[in-house]
Design a binder for this molecule. Structure first.
Ligand code: UDP
Length: 466
């Protein structure tokens, strides 16, 4: 669906394909918007189940199949089954889509694919078009998995801390859980390593991060992984403002409740509210939810908590009524609007990479409660490298007890250290903006990609130079 026609003065047509989860669709659709704003015709292809949730002006949206067209991953119920089915059905339907466009005046000239879908690169090469991998996690995480792929780090890691060039020493609690417990998530671990399986054939690699944020990490990585840093992929209104009206990702897998949230926030004093969210996938134990719930209540802070319907049953009995004065609990909201609101003074986050970039881009200090996967190294960087927050300690059962949680809230909201944290957060906000502004490091990298596609397309796709 093309909402508004653009004039493109070149014959470049980029097809962007995300892994069909909120944390992947959002940065890839944002990248699509950047390409469109630079005069590149862009089509976004995602699964039948997720395609309905995309509304982005000037971007055509087309479905491909993961084999579970009715309700996607939840229909498959099994990660391995889902990934295999997506590979088979996705390759076929992507190939058909490319063929369909080949018969038009705007054939597809390049595929930008989520690095979780390396088969998309194989399809691109079969059709003799360019392929660019897009990594939706930090460069630090790319660094770790890339080294495992090349046999430079062995798993399970038996010597701790793990020393990786460009990264701080990583202890057990800082390691991505797929590495800490490789046997517990075999399908995800395989997927993380598969990203690198055919990467040497990719014409470009992008990582959703920016130079100032991960310069050291990238230094240790370039030969193995010559990636371009193009982030943060956060809607333009919160950064450079160069894409008109770009206030949201345009991809919400759940209905936002932002009006309720904003009205509630408007009535609260500046920086007085703690915003809590664990993203789109994480599920906490009942014990952990109870500890957080009671910690928030005893702290007597104002708080807005996003807790999915399935998680709300884990709250202590009568809790919602007991916190009416101070807190509001919703099932989903527009996180960016919240983080941008003057009343929000702290973000209690699971440290998903998008939430991490959003907190940095909007300058909001954090309390880190990482649960699994890459959230653990993200938390390490937030607390120790970027110094924008604290990570409370877990007890021997992995639970953050309420006293520990309350202490962290206090450090971020009102201690002496909170001033330093706040200053750092403001500095990162500025650096994030600088990266995507005209002439910024990420902007330059995107321009380079655009120029390359535009120039080579005028001469015809010549893949022999790769
Ligand atoms: N998000 C949102 N509303 C919410 C909670 C989350 O819009 O109530 C968005 C958030 O802004 C982010 C994404 O969902 O862009 C979550 O991505 P992240 O990588 O942080 O975590 P994941 O969901 O992948 O674990």
């Amino acid at each position: 669906m093309v909402v508004q026609r653009q004039n493109y003065n070149n014959n470049v047509h980029v097809l962007v394909i995300p892994y069909p989860a909120q944390g992947h669709i959002s940065p890839l659709i944002q990248f699509s918007k950047r390409l469109v704003s630079k005069g590149i015709k862009t089509t976004f292809a995602t699964t039948h189940y997720t395609v309905k949730s995309i509304t982005a002006p000037n971007i055509s949206v087309e479905p491909i199949s993961d084999g579970f067209d009715e309700s996607g991953f939840s229909q498959a119920k099994n990660v391995e089954l889902f990934l295999n089915s997506f590979k088979t059905n996705g390759s076929k339907t992507l190939s058909n889509l490319i063929q369909k466009h080949q018969k038009t005046s705007t054939p597809i000239t390049c595929i930008v694919y989520d690095s979780f879908l390396p088969w998309a690169l194989d399809v691109a090469k079969q059709h003799r078009i360019y392929g660019a991998a897009f990594f939706t996690n930090s460069a630090a995480v790319c660094n770790i998995f890339c080294r495992i792929h090349h046999g430079l780090i062995e798993t399970p890691v038996d010597e701790l801390p793990l020393i990786v060039p460009g990264l701080p020493p990583l202890n057990s609690r800082d390691l991505p859980s797929f590495i800490r417990f490789p046997e517990s998530y075999p399908a995800y671990m395989a997927m993380k390593l598969n990203q690198f399986s055919n990467l040497n054939q990719a014409d470009w690699m992008f990582v959703n991060t920016f130079e100032a944020l991960e310069a050291e990490v990238v230094k240790g990585l370039t030969e193995m992984f010559p990636a371009k840093l193009i982030g943060p992929m956060v809607p333009s209104a919160y950064l450079d403002g160069r894409i008109k009206g770009d206030k949201g990702y345009g991809a919400n897998l759940w209905k936002p409740l932002s009006e309720d949230c904003i009205n509630w926030l408007n009535a609260k004093p500046s920086q007085s509210v703690v915003y809590i969210s664990f993203g789109s996938m994480v599920s906490l134990t009942s014990e952990q939810i109870e500890e957080l719930a009671l910690g928030l209540k005893e702290s007597e802070v104002n708080f807005l908590w996003v807790l999915r319907e399935s998680e709300q049953g884990k709250l202590p009995k009568g809790y919602k009524d007991s916190i009416k004065e101070k807190g509001i609990i919703v099932t989903w909201c527009n996180q960016l609007e919240l983080l941008a609101h003057d009343a929000v003074g702290c973000f209690v986050t699971h440290c998903g990479w998008n939430s991490t970039l959003e907190s940095l881009s909007l300058g909001v200090p954090v309390v880190c409660l990482p649960q699994w996967a890459d959230q653990l190294p993200d938390a390490k960087f937030l607390e120790e490298i970027w110094e924008v927050g604290v990570r409370p300690k877990e007890d021997e059962n992995g639970v953050v007890k309420r006293e520990e949680f309350m202490l962290s809230l206090k450090v971020v909201m009102e201690s002496e250290r909170s001033e330093v944290i706040r200053r750092n957060a403001s500095e990162w906000k500025k650096l994030a903006r600088d990266a995507v502004c005209e002439g910024g490091s990420s902007d330059k990298n995107i321009n380079q990609f655009v120029d390359y596609l535009t120039n080579t397309n005028m001469k015809g796709n010549d893949l022999s130079s790769y």
